[in-house]
Design a protein around this ligand. Structure first.
Ligand code: AMP
Length: 392
């Protein structure tokens, strides 16, 4: 089939040009989605046309919004909400992902009228509140086991499902949900739209594809190769106890307007923020122990340029996409060379050069050698022994 969008149209795509209407464009803008990610550009139009999708994409690619936005758009067009049973079912492998995906439906659906009701159901918590919550839900985001329990309790039926999304399908299989998935699929209407996302296309996913999808549109997101050459890398040799003052010195003397600082633990992140703030440098942390709302607020402020220093642990940094970030500082070195490249890659995006600085303690030296070797590039190292850090 000929792709209805030409190359030029694709490159200039906006959420509106992909077929989303105003309430959704507005919500995406409020989430600081300035323009569609490639996966969104490729997935939104065919989903709106009712096509099945086989998407190969990892977390961080923007895959969630790539199905959430068009599904909400379809609700917006038909205005068919609050039926007896849900018309959209999203199956996910974990409780965390269920919550996250449901949150994205909520956030991106904020301006829709009538409201689309999304409910997340997952195991590990009492089933009773969920039995009540699923009433009148338009979209159910569920882990397979709990959904089967709810069905056994007759809390809901799947007879009205028009769209099935299997998110992180490979992980669902890995976690041993194959049986549950099959049982659930048997309860769904034959005539439906099926959207499948997996991180990689293995045999098991091919099998599901053959069994469940009808001439799907295949979308594959190739991870962007970081162009190391665009990034100016620098390392400062420093004693552990002088890392904090050196960080503040660098931020102040280099007059860094925006910097992303990576640390290895939640505790270090919180400590750094306290110290930076005390020294008059505006900073906030994002890490796993901050609530989703706090994390989003911090990220939003940082993206909007209202926050000078964001301190992050690796886990949380995966999904961060900030265009034209001028500085990244590795306050702590990451464990793997791959993570190092991933971190510093945040400054070298969109053909704009950035600067990546690493603080190297005597204990880190050997590890930093390995990182440089794997990267195939030597990084200039500056000694800070004679640097006067008093007052920082
Ligand atoms: P996901 O791959 O769905 O887990 O999304 C990764 C991250 O990218 C999330 O933090 C989203 O909020 C963010 N995101 C998704 N789409 C966009 C976009 N078009 N522009 C900027 N950020 C986005």
């Amino acid at each position: 089939m000929v792709d209805p969008l030409s190359e030029a149209e694709k490159n200039n795509a906006t959420f509106a040009s992909l077929g989303l209407s105003e309430p959704l464009v507005k919500a995406a803008t409020e989430q600081l989605y300035t323009r569609p990610y490639p996966i969104q550009r490729d997935a939104i139009p065919p989903i709106l046309r009712g096509k099945d999708i086989l998407g190969i994409a990892k977390t961080g690619s923007g895959k969630t919004a790539s199905f959430v936005l068009p599904i909400l758009e379809l609700f917006n067009r038909t205005k068919r909400v609050n039926g007896r049973y849900a018309s959209v079912l999203v199956l996910v492998p974990t409780r965390e992902l269920a919550g996250q995906v449901a949150d994205v439906f909520g956030l991106l659906g904020e301006h829709l009228f009538p409201k689309v009701k999304t409910v997340a159901v997952y195991g590990g918590v009492s089933i009773n509140p969920q039995m009540i919550a699923v009433h009148g839900a338009d979209i159910i985001v569920a882990t397979p086991g709990r959904l089967l329990d709810l069905l056994a309790q007759r809390a809901l039926r799947l007879s009205d499902v028009e769209i099935l999304v299997l998110d992180e399908a490979d992980k669902m299989l890995e976690l041993g949900f194959a049986d549950e998935m099959n049982r659930l699929v048997d309860l769904l209407p034959q005539k439906r739209q099926t959207i499948l996302f997996a991180a990689t296309l293995g045999d098991a996913i091919q099998d599901i594809n053959a069994a469940l999808l009808r001439t799907p549109v295949k979308i594959e997101v190739v991870e962007e190769e970081t162009n190391i050459e665009l990034i100016e890398q620098l390392a400062y040799k420093v004693e552990t106890e002088r890392k904090g003052p050196l960080l503040r010195y660098l931020i102040k003397t280099e007059v860094m307007k925006q910097v992303l600082v990576f640390v290895s633990s939640t505790r270090t992140a919180d400590n750094l923020v306290v110290k930076l703030t005390k020294n008059g440098i505006q900073a906030a942390a994002i890490h796993g122990q901050k609530g989703q709302n706090v994390r989003m607020k911090v990220l939003q402020n940082f993206k909007a340029g209202k926050l000078r220093v964001m301190v992050a642990t690796d886990l949380l940094a995966r999904g961060i996409d900030i265009q034209l970030l001028p500085y990244v500082i590795n306050f702590d070195l990451p464990r793997s060379p791959k993570d190092y490249i991933h971190r510093i890659g945040r400054t070298g995006r969109a053909e704009a050069a950035g600067k990546a600085i690493s603080l190297i303690t005597p204990d880190d030296e050997h590890h930093f050698q390995i990182i440089q070797k794997k990267m195939g590039k030597r990084v200039e190292q500056i000694d800070t022994i004679d640097l006067d850090l008093a007052g920082y």
